[in-house]
Design a binder for this molecule. Structure first.
Ligand SMILES: Cc1ncc(COP(=O)(O)OP(=O)(O)O)c(N)n1
Ligand SMILES: Cc1ncsc1CCOP(=O)(O)O
Ligand SMILES: [Mg+2]
Length: 213
């Protein structure tokens, strides 16, 4: 019988996803408080120092730093949380993550995946991809805003995150659907002026600390 993973705020606001310690540090400096370190397909020994230092920085700022994929290292270095996809769920030791007190976010792309995710009582559910994205090769089609709204209607009691192709221009319409957080990669990392882009996105989505205000 599954137990719930620890809670996150219902609305986590702007949620940038980045692949280096430099980005984590920059984003914390400008006030981002929900973020993810996503390094793909490197040996654990190679990424451990980066993951460890990112967790130290995140914890020092009382930020919600999620570690993508490397759940053992997230446990070892006491991250705020872990983000896993559906395939990751097959192999990860969810009970170990829960026992260690880490939050868990899970990717979903359709109703069946949402059902599978809800069954493990995660901290949040990510819904994607909403729009076409250049950042990750996606086997499914973009969901669009109508599908997002339909999914959000059944997820009122759990924090939600929308991801995929969310730009500054598209963010208001995504947030108007009622999602609690917008996860972005290229809107920040490929922006001509990342500081300006981050400030604009923070103004639209918030930091996620508003629940405590
Ligand atoms: C917030 C958020 N949503 C979805 C993903 C994608 O996770 P996953 O499906 O495991 O794919 P990878 O990121 O591991 O390539 C995410 N990372 N964060
Ligand atoms: C990691 C991930 N998972 C689903 S879409 C995506 C990439 C989102 O990147 P962008 O914000 O640049 O479209
Ligand atoms: Mg993954």
């Amino acid at each position: 019988m599954s137990q719930r993973f620890p809670a996150t705020p219902h609305r986590m606001g702007l949620y940038p996803i980045v692949d280096s310690l430099e980005w984590i540090s920059r984003l914390l400096d400008v006030g981002v408080r929900t973020l993810q370190l996503r390094i793909k397909d490197r040996p654990a020994a190679e990424v451990e120092p980066t993951i460890q230092q990112a967790i130290v920085l995140g914890n020092a700022c009382q930020a919600r730093l999620f570690i993508n994929d490397y759940w053992q290292l997230a446990i070892k270095h006491q991250a705020y949380g872990v983000h896993l996809g559906q395939e990751d769920l097959e192999v990860a030791d969810l009970e170990a993550i829960r026992r260690a007190g880490l939050r868990l976010g899970i990717s979903t792309h359709d109703d069946d995946e949402i059902n599978r995710a809800l069954a493990v009582y995660p901290s949040y559910i990510a819904l994607g991809h909403i729009f076409p994205t250049q950042t990750k090769l996606m086997p499914s089609s973009p969901q669009g805003l109508e599908q997002l709204k339909r999914h959000l209607a059944r997820l009122e009691n759990i924090p939600t995150v929308a991801i995929g192709g969310i730009s500054i221009e598209r963010a208001p319409a995504v947030l108007a659907c009622g999602v609690g957080s917008i996860a972005v990669v290229s809107a920040i990392t490929q922006a001509a002026d990342w500081r300006d882009a981050t400030q604009q996105l923070l103004a639209l989505a918030g930091t996620g600390d508003e629940d405590h205000a």
